[in-house]
Every structure is written in structure tokens, then in C-alpha cells.
Write a protein that binds this ligand. Structure first.
Ligand code: BMX
Ligand code: ZN
Length: 292
């Protein structure tokens, strides 16, 4: 079975063939801001490849039936009921299965751990904060595709700038303090110049007290969300991924924050094993489980 896996994120689209659980001929392009350019980008990523028997898509936003919708409207403005599945099936001429990017990664990470774990929450700290939930060995998509969206739970830790309205329309979301976008926003506010989240993380690791304060507040916010999820779901493992989540020291900062809570809230936190390809590999595994 030749599967073309596509990971559509807030800032980039990646595509690869997945053969025996490995990505082959991986290509990546920036995520455009219009529907027409989006379809052209997909076509460019798919040309010159062997004809796939199926397309497995991991996508930022939630997949409700055949359509994709932004949760955070600032991330992708044209994801407002966009008929992603029929459009891609028509463009690429093969059956399409699509799920949320963090749900896909959750499934991929679960498949590697299923001998020892049935209840897992995957959390990605990237452009946004995403989540995917496997309970009792089943990926929970929910009836509208929303299940696992931990980036949009309200947190009792304010960001260092004024309380920020999340792009979903709610005040106090985790995503508005701990996503790469939110870290960059707070760093730029505090240092008075434009700064990326990776510059901020470098400064924090270098011992800059102001940078460390932003990163530690974000880590407390993440720990608070993990504690709440654990109280509701009784998790066996929390898998941390995304470019911010996998940045050096991030897991330690989050674990130290979590250990300030009473022991009942402690849950094992592990780094994502599939790294940057988690979405594509998870979506391909999901395609195979659905279509066999
Ligand atoms: C947002 C939301 C989630 C997504 C998460 C991480 C949109 C478009 N996306 O919370 O569906 O899983 O970001 O996504 O509303 P990424 O873009 O950071 O990979
Ligand atoms: Zn939100």
C-alpha cells in the first residue's frame, strides 16, 4: 500500500510517501493564505511521485465530516467549513482520510506504546497548542472532530502582557500563553523588539531572567492543563511534541511545574518519539487502520 501523507500546519505543509512506517521523499512548503494557492501548493508537493493508493492527511483545525474548520480563526482564515476531503480526492485522484494533526500524532505515538499503555494524551506546542486523545486504545475524534483540543482550555496563569484574547474568541486559553506564537508575542512585548520563540528559548537556556520568566509561566500553564486533563481522564502518559515542546529543556521546565502540584496530579511526561514527522506517520497509520 503506497500512502501519500500530508501534514498541513499553521505555517507549513509537508508531504511524504510512507512505506513501512518511514517517510520517503519528504518535501515541505510554506502554508499559503488563500484557498487557490493552497491547492496549488498541494499539487506541487504531489507531482513527480508514484501514484498513491491513498492520501492520509493530518491537518491543523478540526475535521467535521468532509470539512475542516479552524478552532483558532487567526491561524488559517479560509478554514471555515472548507471541503478538504473532496477537494483533495478530486485533485489527487485517490481516497482521502483526514484527521486533526495532533490526533494523528497521538495515534502514531500510541501505536508505538500500545504494549504498555492504553490511555495517552499527546500535546503539541507549535504554532498553536494541539492535543490528541487515545482512551482505552481508541483514538477519540469526538462527534464534531474536536476531542483533545487542550490548547483551548482556560488557564489560571496570565501571560506577561495584557490577558490575551485567543483566536478562538475565548479569554485565557492555554494557546494564548504557551504556543510558539504566544511566546514570540510575549518576548517581543518584553524585549521591545521582534523576537521568535526559538530566540526566546535560547535566551532562557542561556540564563536570561526575563526570558526564563516567560518560559516558566508558559510551562506552568502547560502543567496546569496537564493536571486538569489527568484529573478528568486518568492518563498513563503525556507525550510532548511540536517544535517548542521538543526544544531542549522544555520537558524539564514542564515537569518541574507539574511537580509543584500534589502527587495525584503527576503523570509521566515523555518526548514524542516520531518527532517532526509525527503527524504524517500517525495519519498514515490511521489510514491503514481505517482502510486496511
Ligand atoms: C490550534 C488548532 C488545532 C491544532 C493546534 C496545533 C486551528 C487551525 N488549529 O489550536 O486544531 O491542532 O492549533 O496546530 O484552529 P499547529 O498549527 O500548531 O500544528
Ligand atoms: Zn482558544
Amino acid at each position: 500500500l503506497v500512502i501519500l501523507a500530508i501534514d498541513i500546519g499553521g505555517t507549513k505543509i509537508a508531504a511524504a510517501h510512507v512505506v513501512n512506517g518511514a517517510c520517503i521523499d519528504r518535501r515541505q512548503l510554506p502554508m499559503p493564505d488563500t484557498e487557490a494557492e493552497f491547492l496549488q501548493t498541494i499539487a506541487r508537493l504531489a507531482t513527480g511521485r508514484p501514484l498513491p493508493s491513498g492520501i492520509a492527511v493530518a491537518v491543523t483545525g478540526y475535521v467535521n465530516g468532509d470539512r475542516v474548520q479552524s478552532f483558532n480563526h487567526k491561524t488559517i482564515s479560509f478554514w471555515d467549513g472548507f471541503p478538504l476531503i473532496p477537494r483533495l480526492a478530486q485533485l489527487l485522484g485517490a481516497p482521502v482520510v483526514a484527521i486533526n494533526d495532533a490526533q494523528a500524532a497521538a495515534w502514531g505515538e500510541y501505536c508505538l506504546r500500545k504494549a504498555s499503555c492504553q490511555d495517552l494524551l499527546f500535546m503539541t506546542l507549535s504554532t498553536g497548542v494541539g492535543g490528541g486523545l487515545v482512551l482505552g486504545g481508541t483514538l477519540r475524534e469526538g462527534s464534531h472532530g474536536l476531542a483533545g483540543h487542550i490548547g483551548h482550555v482556560a488557564i489560571d496563569v496570565p501571560p506577561i502582557d495584557a490577558p490575551s484574547m485567543c483566536g478562538c474568541g475565548r479569554l485565557g486559553c492555554l494557546e494564548a500563553i504557551a504556543s510558539g506564537t504566544a511566546l514570540a508575542r510575549q518576548a517581543s512585548h518584553r524585549f521591545g523588539r521582534s523576537m521568535t520563540s526559538s530566540e526566546l528559548l535560547d535566551s532562557a537556556r542561556g540564563g536570561d531572567a526575563l526570558a526564563l520568566d516567560i518560559v516558566q509561566r508558559a510551562s506552568h500553564a502547560v502543567a496546569s492543563a496537564i493536571a486538569s486533563a489527568h484529573a478528568q481522564l486518568d492518563l498513563q502518559v503525556l507525550v510532548l511534541g511540536g517544535s517548542v515542546g521538543l526544544a531542549p529543556n522544555m520537558l524539564n521546565w514542564i515537569e518541574s511545574a507539574l511537580h509543584r502540584y500534589p502527587a495525584v496530579y503527576h503523570v509521566r511526561v515523555e518526548r514524542a518519539t516520531l518527532g517532526a514527522d509525527a503527524g504524517m506517520l500517525g495519519a498514515a497509520a490511521w489510514f491503514q487502520d481505517q482502510r486496511g
